[in-house]
Each structure stands twice: as C-alpha cells, then as structure tokens.
Design a protein around this ligand. Sequence first.
Ligand code: BGC
Length: 436
Amino acid sequence: MTSAAQNVSRRQIVKGVAALAGASLLPDAKAAPKTPSMLWGVSTSAYQVEGNNLNTDIWMLEQMPGGFFKERSGDACDHYHRFREDIQLFAKLGFNSYRFSVEWARVEPIKGSFSQAELDHYVAMAQACRDNGIVPCITLHHFSSPLWFARQGGWENPEAPELFARYCGTVAEKLGPLAGAYFTINEINLPPELARYRLNPAMAGLIHMQEMIQKATNQPNFSSMLIGDPAKVGPIFIESHKRAVKAIKACCSTVPVGMTLALRDHQAVAGGEATLKEIQATDYDPYFELAKQDDFVAIQCYSRVRVGAGGEMPPADGVEKTQTDWEFYPAALEESIRYAAAQTGKPVWVTENGIATEDDTRRIAYIREAMAGLQRCLDDKIRVGGYFHWSAFDNFEWNSGYRPHFGLIAVDRQTFVRTPKPSASLLGHYTLKSKV
Ligand code: BGC
C-alpha cells in the first residue's frame, strides 16, 4: 500500500468518525441488519474454544516446562459441549454466519484412521448453524495439528500436502452442502513473518523450543507450525492449500474455498519505503497471487505496523494500545480491504478483525470506526463477501493465555456462563448499506 493511499484513508476515517459522533451506543432495534448479500458473523478456532484438544501439537507445547505458554488451555470455553446454545446465542445477537474450525486431531486421531463420531460432531455443529439461520464457514487448519502429524515432521514433512488434502476431502465429503465456505489454512502467510522474528535474538526461544521438544519426546522430527523452520513450512503450506482446494472442489464444487491471510497493515514511515516493499514481496505478493486462483481473498486485520529503514517498528510513544500491545487502529480494516481487493481483484472476506480489551466501550469505539471504513469500501463498490469478528468469546489466546479479551461474549472460567457484552448486540445488528 502506498503512503499516499494511506493518507487518503486516514482522512476518510477522520471524516467518518466525525459523522458518527453523537450516534447512540446501541443501534435502533428495528434497523435492518447488515446487507442482504453479506455474511455477518463471529469467528472462533477449535483449539481456542473447544477445550481439551489433547491430541494436538499445541497441547504438547503447552505442557513443556519452561515453554512460552503463560497458561494452559484446559477446558477453554467448553464450546465442544455447548455449541448448540452458543450458536443459538449468535443468531439471537443478530449474526447470520459463524466461522469455526474443525480440529484435525479429533477427526483423524491416528494417521489414516478417521473418527466417524468426531466427523458427526462437526456435522451436528454445521446443522445447528443451519437450523438457526446461520451459514457455517469452516476453517480446516487453525494453527493446531494432530500429534502424529507433528511427530512426523509437521509442515516440514514433504508428505504434508497429501495428508492435509486427504483430511480436507474427508471433511468436505462428510459435510457436503451443509458448509457455506471453506478456509484451508489459517494465516497461511505467517511463515515469512516468523522467519523475520527468528532473526531477532530475543526470539531465540522459538528455535530452542523446537529442540527442547524433540529431545523431550525423543522425536527428532517433531515440528509444529509456530516453531518449525519457516523456510520449509512456507512452500509446503502453499502446496497443501492447492491440494486441499482440489480435494474439496472434487466433492463440493459449488462451495467457495480460499485460505486466510494475516494483513498487518504495514505502513512506511519516511525512509522505510524500500523495506516496506521487501516485506510486501515476502508476506503478501505470493499469497495474493495464490488467492487469484481461489473464490475469494480472506483477510484478518487488527492494527497497523509502521516500517522504517531498519524494519518493523513498535507503536509510537503515547498511542493507545490494546491488551496485546498493538496500536488501537481500526482504520486497518478499510486499508486492508482496499489493499487486498486492489491486489487480487477478488471479493474480500474479512475473517478476523477486533481488539483485545477489558473495556468494552473501547471495543465499541473500534467497531464503529472499523464499520465506517467498511461502509466506505462498499460505497466504492469493493466487493466484500463477509465480515467475521474476532472473536465470539473471551477465549484462549495461545501463548498469552486467557488474559487478552477479544470476545464479544464474556465466559466465566469456572461456570462457563456466557455474558454478551454491549458490543455484541451493537455489531450483530449493525446496519450497512451495500452498493455492490
Ligand atoms: C489468529 C487467532 C488469534 C488472533 C488474535 C489471529 O492471528 O488467527 O487465532 O487469536 O489473531 O491474536
């Protein structure tokens, strides 16, 4: 994205915020929700909400003494058992779609041996969505993999594309027309970013972690996407996506399929233009090319990252930061939608967007600004197929444990009681007018 384009976007945001100032906190109850043609949903991932995903590589990483996980996931939100009530709640809040992931380790607990009972579980989830007027949109890999897969080299194993495609085909065949869309790999473009992190001495722990697990498990090939060698994982991810799309299309040719991309709204500060181009060339360009073969480009954006001559910079002093230490920057949504649309010419699906905060009034402010940007994209006739907020629940935020609260719905960690926040009904009933 050019800095000129960003300046335009920022000016537009300021105008949008001014126009919205004075609007009441909650929308008019009679307001027509979203646009007729747009998926409007919440997003989760199996590992972060289901609980007890014991047979996965991440569960193993959590248990490692001296590892980088602040807390263990444990029961998470017990969504595995409570999905029916949860889906009813999403419908009641005004959403018409739900993005969730299938846990590969549950449906293929042993290499080549699929569990009909677990496949039925995900069919029941998709059916519960349909029964409540919700379109189920399904991610097939959201960071966690089966333990057997990690032991055999995970995403560094040249056999991975074939194994992943077989699993994806099995799920798609079982779900048939129940699924509204598939996303193969969540944030498939993370490897180049992880490769940069590994150059930072402060992140040496990542490499150390891989060695530690290999020794502790006596599995010299153990590899997981977050700790594996990004130079190997990157190309294998791309091949896995291609093979998975074929396997899904072979049984469900009309269901839209894509992958999701992490878009961190990289912006050059003076002197950072060339470095920005280098980052775009590794983190985005090859994936936008890949997305051109798909039915849509799915993006996940939360904030911006400024880029100087020396690389990515932390948020500027004095800016508002969220619980994850990211800048409060809702304009990232509009800027990322425009960028992905311009680069691919494909309809854009926003599969994650949100903030971690204890203060729901800040989430509301973020949503209002982000929605104003989304509306401007629609006004400019950019095709946006769906918006899924991250996240439905205050859930397990990977190595940060349960502290960062991304949820529209709070979850009591002892009783699992769900309490929707004001932001949940604001967003569920948000009105957008589509010009597309
Ligand atoms: C991931 C989610 C994560 C969120 C917030 C995204 O990168 O897909 O699993 O919880 O960011 O960190």
